[in-house]
Ligand binder design. Structure first.
Ligand code: ACO
Length: 331
């Protein structure tokens, strides 16, 4: 596959897939668990502040690669491709199976293929948008022709269940797309950004050193600072990518923002003047699944029939780093 002579300029999504762990944890379930630790929360508080009603938590034996490979298989099936056709695998994750090798090479092994490049991409909740952008560039350059871009997370592993301000927000899952070379777009434009000045407002600062965990291995967040920054940068990057593609917000059929918080998503849509019923929402049932949230939402909307071939989609990611980015595409 890698020695194919490129005769194309664009990339296009030919299949989507996703995988959620079966264990659904409602807000009431979580409130009961937190009560055992002496922490108070409620379904009402969580729904009002975030729009989240439930999330999925993977069993302890399940890793990001397990969820990612199932999402990838569904995406390949939808694209009418087999694993042998794939010549690039990118896994966006902040909860990799191990320090190394990459989760992407583990997915590759589980798919039963060898040889093609496979690597992880770490941009936290923006990881899928970053991954899609990198795969698009590699396809357009001729370095790849059939890419698997996967977002896969087991965020429950890094949650502090003694911190009610963060542990109610996140969930586990995976989503994937097959991105293929195409004579027609496809991806119209992508824009990526980062600003490490804001690394402290959302981080999991621990690391492994000399066989010990050094620093705190659980997620820390300044929720209000994240909220304000997210709404601002999502608006900026949306306008930037529309301008790059020569389109306007009126051309967007579906806005698929990172599923962090319904209030951030609604704020972004209102600023862009995209009607709220043109925003794909899965945060209510999935919670925030970080790099998996956008491909999970995309697959959900494709399989439910909301998104049809020919629709114009705006995908927007934002997350720790701070990182953010957007992809505009014709589906
Ligand atoms: N249940 C009940 N009460 C709670 C909970 C909870 N789970 N968590 C916090 N509270 C309390 C606080 O202790 C505080 O009580 P106090 O007034 O007595 O001190 C009160 O609720 C208000 O707390 P705030 O932190 O001010 O609540 P806020 O309205 O800011 O909502 C939230 C918090 C939901 C985290 C909000 O800041 C937010 O959505 N931020 C965006 C962060 C986000 O979405 N992050 C996802 C990851 S980042 C990303 O993916 C981009």
């Amino acid at each position: 596959m890698p020695d194919r002579i490129p005769t194309f300029r664009y990339s296009r999504i030919t299949g989507t897939g996703s995988m959620l762990p079966p264990r659904r944890v409602s807000n009431a379930d979580l409130a009961a668990q937190l009560a055992e630790r002496g922490l108070e929360t409620s379904d009402e508080w969580i729904v009002e502040r975030t729009g989240i009603r439930a999330r999925r938590f993977a069993d302890p034996s399940v890793c990001s690669s397990d969820l990612g490979v199932e999402a990838a298989r569904h995406a390949l099936q939808a694209a009418g491709r087999s694993a042998e056709d794939v010549d690039l695998i990118i896994v966006a994750t902040s909860t990799p199976d191990m320090v190394f090798p990459s989760t992407a090479t583990i997915v590759q092994r589980k798919l039963g293929v060898q040889g093609c490049p496979a690597f992880d991409l770490q941009a936290v909740c923006s990881g899928f948008v970053y991954g899609l952008s990198v795969a698009d560039a590699m396809i357009r350059s001729g370095a790849a022709s059939c890419a698997l871009v996967i977002g896969a997370e087991v965020f429950s592993r890094i949650l502090d269940f003694n911190d009610r301000t963060t542990c109610v927000l996140f969930g586990d899952g995976a989503g994937a797309v097959v991105l293929e070379a195409s004579a027609e777009p496809g991806i119209l434009a992508t824009r990526l950004h980062a600003d490490g000045q804001h690394m402290d407002i959302l981080c999991t600062p621990g690391t492994v050193s000399g066989g010990q965990i050094l620093g705190d291995p659980l997620l820390k967040m300044d929720g209000q600072a994240v909220f304000k920054l997210a709404v601002r940068v999502l608006d900026e990057v949306a306008r930037e990518v529309l301008e790059a593609a020569g389109r306007t917000a009126a051309d967007i059929d579906w806005l698929i923002p990172h599923q962090a918080n319904i209030r951030i998503m609604q704020g972004t849509a209102r600023k862009l003047k995209v009607p709220l019923d043109h925003v794909v929402v899965t945060v209510d049932e999935h919670g925030n699944t970080s790099a998996a949230s956008i491909p999970l939402a995309l697959d959900h909307a494709v399989r439910s029939g909301q998104i049809q071939r020919g629709h114009t989609l705006m995908l927007e990611g934002v997350g720790g780093g701070f990182t953010w980015g957007a992809v505009l595409l014709d589906f």
